[in-house]
Design a protein around this ligand. Structure first.
Ligand code: IVH
Length: 669
């Protein structure tokens, strides 16, 4: 009895913490199945002691709490959730209850898309509002973000007075994979599954971030519709489709619960072939009229049920950890497992993503571990089964390496990132990528030095270090496949020419994290020779207005690595001047366009927009995307946009291409 009370308190605390991570941080700590298990245990106990259930118990709440930053909106109709069925017996029970009221019941079975539930309102046929489900009563206003989702029409086919639909926003498996790979390369935390990725993408305060993620949607219910009457779920989906809304075509109309179950089993098999994740099927009474009669419980309607698929999780043993160095220097740990069959394939390796995760989950070599596939694709360890430990498991924690497993250089970790990186630009694991970047247009712009040539140069041992590029000879180049004397000479000429690039280009070319072309330029306006970088401290960098703490930290780490310094000194010996000769010895304040902002609109005949910006920046000016009273000039090319009208309205000076070129020339560009 007392033990039960203690257990309930522990469970509530634990579930609150899990809820916070899941709903607010979009970063679940455990799998859904395990969460359900804890919730189930708490419900069982609370049923035993109903008088002791506090109003703030997690069982008394329907869904997530709206996160700060979004406006809260009250749904016009509550967004209910569904009861779950886990077996044929559960489905039969549901069918019996329905047939008591509707003896001739027929069902429409849909896929249960694993995404984020939203309500979208159209007024006079125009998308007016979109909100997340939230707790079912109040949600978050995510209109701006939903507008960026391409499959959701901003205008319906007919100017319906008012239509409110409910649907699911989801992230396709491929996009999930792409996004997590990108996040890993950037040293950021990955999303646990496509649903969290969809939620995280939708709940971005900046809609541009949402727009950059390929989200998709299906709608499946009408919450409110004026001046129309529909008679069945099937007809409703057809109507929604006719209005241009995305509906899922994979539905089946069934007259018996046996048929329903068979269709559920069919998709339990086929789920891995779908391009998006589903976590079950939704069985709905097809005719709409009897639904009101059946009514609802506190949180779910009696006319529908969710058939949930069994979670695909397996237990296996963690035998070891393999460290890999990626092309950007990130060191990722991979788990080596006893092979198991999981979601259609044999799994012997699992991604561990980063060392924080290993620590958080307390994973040790020798552990029995629970594995699943995130997004149906990426094998992952959910958690170790600590109860299975025998004491034989490696006592030591799995720690992040102090040196790169490939080149033994120092490993650094930047503030705010989960990744550990090898800092050596010449690390064999990174070298090819470093070279391609070094030669790229924004960097040293070495024509003819693309991935195909770089691959051969490294594989044949002709280049082991970036500086080796400048020791290449006609003879060595002729060893390469598809390299004749003419292209070899061109490459040698391009290399020679690249030696004359100003310091900011070299700085960009070194591929220092967070230091792009723009920052490099800002840096070299103050720090005009390479040697000075060797002496700089973080504070010195931060004194430059464009440089933030992340950039400063990254610069210090880069120049602290002896191998990087060595490469730079070799480059100098090989004839690279390492001076910023644009500004020469003059300071930035002397540059003629210092403090002037330019806006470009339309197409210029003589140069690309990027080239124009570079020229402006070389003279100390800045380019901006929008016109204000403070804009110095609006440069107008062919077919200008609305910026031109705005410039006229604000009385901002306008330059056509001819005058712009003239002005550049007068200033030596
Ligand atoms: S119908 C009142 N249909 O599953 C009926 N739900 O609890 C509302 N879901 O939160 C739900 N696919 O977000 C329905 N085809 C589908 C669905 C679906 C996914 C989600 C929905 C809801 C949860 C069920």
């Amino acid at each position: 009895m007392e033990a039960d009370q203690r257990r309930m308190i522990t469970l509530r605390d634990e579930i609150r913490k899990l809820d916070y991570h899941y709903y607010v941080l979009d970063d679940p700590l455990i799998s859904d199945t395990e969460y359900d298990r804890l919730m189930w245990e708490l419900c069982q106990l609370e049923q035993k002691y109903p008088a002791d259930v506090p109003p703030d118990s997690p069982t008394q709440r329907v869904g997530g709490k709206p996160r700060e930053g979004f406006r809260t909106v009250k749904h016009s109709t509550a967004l209910l959730s569904l009861e779950n069925a886990f077996s044929f017996a559960d489905l039969q029970e549901f069918d019996r209850r329905i047939r008591r009221v509707v003896p001739q019941a027929s069902y429409l079975v849909e896929l249960k898309i694993d995404g984020v539930s939203v309500a979208i309102t159209y007024e006079e046929g125009i998308l007016a509002r979109a909100a997340t489900r939230g707790d079912g009563i109040n949600g978050e206003d995510v209109t701006a973000n939903v507008r960026t989702i391409k499959s959701i029409p901003l205008r319906l086919h007919d100017p319906l007075k008012r239509l409110e639909v409910r649907g699911e926003i989801f992230m396709p498996k491929r996009e999930f994979l792409r996004l997590n790979t990108e996040k890993e390369e950037k040293g950021e935390r990955v999303f646990a599954n496509p649903r969290n990725a969809a939620a995280g993408s939708l709940r971005q305060l900046d809609p541009a971030v949402t727009a950059g993620r390929a989200l998709a949607a299906f709608v499946y219910d009408i919450l409110l519709l004026e001046e129309y009457s529909l008679s069945s779920q099937e007809e409703m989906l057809l109507f929604l489709q006719e209005q241009g809304l995305p509906t899922n075509p994979l539905t089946k109309s069934c007259d018996t619960i046996q048929d329903v179950y068979e269709f559920c089993l069919e998709y339990e098999e086929k789920r891995h072939e779908l391009p998006y994740e589903i976590d079950g099927m939704v069985v709905k009474l097809n005719p709409l009229a009897p639904r009101t009669q059946l009514g609802q419980t506190a949180r779910s309607p009696r006319w529908a049920i969710a058939y949930k698929f069994a979670a695909e999780e397996k237990t296996t043993v963690l035998r070891g950890i393999e460290l890999n160095v990626g092309r950007t220097g990130i060191i990722t740990p991979t788990a080596l497992l006893d092979p198991v069959q999981l979601a259609g394939t044999t799994v012997a390796r699992a991604s561990l993503h980063n060392f924080d995760l290993i620590k958080e989950k307390d994973i040790r070599i020798g552990d029995h571990v629970l594995v699943h596939k995130a997004g149906d694709i990426i094998p992952e360890i959910i958690r170790p089964l600590k109860e299975e430990r025998t004491g034989q498991e490696q006592e030591q924690e799995i720690l992040a390496p102090e040196e790169c497993p490939v080149c033994h250089s120092q490993v650094v970790r930047l503030e705010g990132e989960v990744a550990y990186r090898c800092e050596n630009i010449n690390c064999p694991a990174r070298l090819k990528e470093s070279l391609v970047f070094f030669a790229s247009r924004d960097a040293m712009d070495i024509e003819g030095l693309g991935p195909a040539v770089v691959n051969q140069l490294v594989d044949r041992g002709l280049v082991n270090d970036i500086a080796d590029l400048y020791t290449l000879t006609m003879e060595s180049l002729l060893e390469l496949e598809r390299m004749g004397p003419k292209s070899a000479q061109n490459l040698l000429d391009a290399l020679e020419k690249s030696k004359q690039r100003p310091l900011h280009r070299l700085l960009t070319a070194l591929g220092i994290r967070h230091i792009g072309a723009k920052t490099a330029r800002a840096l070299t306006q103050e720090i005009t020779s390479m040697e000075q970088f060797f002496e700089m401290q973080a504070d010195d960098y931060m004194a430059i207005p464009e440089v933030g703490p992340k950039m400063a930290e990254s610069l210090v780490n880069f120049f602290a690595e002896p191998r990087n310094r060595q490469t730079i000194l070799r480059l100098k010996e090989l004839g690279l001047p390492m001076q910023e000769f644009n500004s020469g010895s003059s300071t930035a304040a002397d540059l003629p366009w210092k403090g002037k902002t330019f806006v470009l609109t339309g197409t210029l005949a003589s140069m690309t927009r990027k080239e124009a910006s570079e020229k402006i920046e070389a003279l100390g000016g800045k380019t901006s995307a929008s016109v204000s009273k403070k804009t110095a000039y609006v440069v107008v090319g062919d077919e200008p946009g609305s910026k031109y009208d705005r410039a006229v309205a604000l009385g901002v000076p306008i330059l056509d291409e001819k005058h712009f070129l003239q002005l550049l020339q007068e200033n030596g560009q």
